[in-house]
Ligand binder design. Sequence first.
Ligand SMILES: [Mg+2]
Length: 380
Amino acid sequence: MTLANQIVYFSEREQTFDSIILYMDLDAFFASVEIRENPELEGLPLVVGGNPKTKQGVVSTCSYEARKFGIHSGMPINQALKLCPHLTMVRGSFKLYGEVSKSIMKILEYYSPTMKVAGNDEAYLDLTDVVADYEEAKRLATELKDDVYASEEITCSIGIAPNRILAKIASDSDKPDGLVVVKPLEISEFLAPLNITIIPGVGRKSFEVFSKENVELCGDLAKLPHQLAYQKFGKYGLKTWKLVNGYNTENTGEKFVRHERKSISEERTFFEKYNSWEEIWIRIDSSIDAIVTRLTVKKMSFRTITLKIRFKNFETYTRAHSLTSYNTSPKHVRVVVMKLLEEFEGKKPEDIRLIGVKISNLMKIDDNQKTLTQFFNNIG
Ligand SMILES: [Mg+2]
């Protein structure tokens, strides 16, 4: 592409962002699972991968303590041992990692119908149709983090931004256990102080090329005229220049897989104990209100109501009920949830750790349908 074409390519349209993307990355995934299984490993420089006896192979994941020695994934074990002679090595329980990963991805599915699993420890969720704004996205992310921790006792880092690349950068910028939100108008300000290597694809080699031109931080690149960015660093440099200046460089919608289930849900993790069902019900009731508000905004009706309840020791139950016809009333959600709760009457409310309410089997209410419903209501 010629420079002239590239300039034309910066249309204003590209600066409009209409997606909200969440990226979740489990923190030092394999190492975190090993520490969960063997708590005595906590706080040690630890690597998973390679053969502890022969000291051969490569590092597959390392704990944050091991990273302080300069050890990273993909490094040969013998080199890692040179950097940290008292390194603890574990062979890895890959079957278990697979199970943990699967269970976490299932939790994530609960949060958005549009999701892309990018690896065993990372996934993107498209929240555009799920939340009203970035504030709501942040609340959802907090719940998601609590839910992942409550289920699997490992932490994750989350980035929320208008596209995938920025969501990933946001997540990478604060690990472990981070939650970083970057709104469209804050992109260049957020990126400016970060090292240019935070951008996926800018490795050590690219960094050398950039630093020869006194570009080390994203803000340094942003300040160059775009023609210069193109001359010095080529097409990729120009794309990166657009990114650090807050332009949208990708079309987010395309590569997501939209799975069948559409739902709206709310979950509350209880960090304090409630001694009566009345107090629990106040929380459920506010969840129902939040769900129905979102449903009304989206002009949707529902048929299925699901209750999720978790007690101490992670004992979790999911119960669902489908109505015979589509409905829009919060009253129906309340009646069904109360009915589903009856099963747990014998349990102690103070043992409840989480309550989730979900409505699914959604259908868009179009105006014709509304008229027809009104018609029947009027004659009924
Ligand atoms: Mg990870």
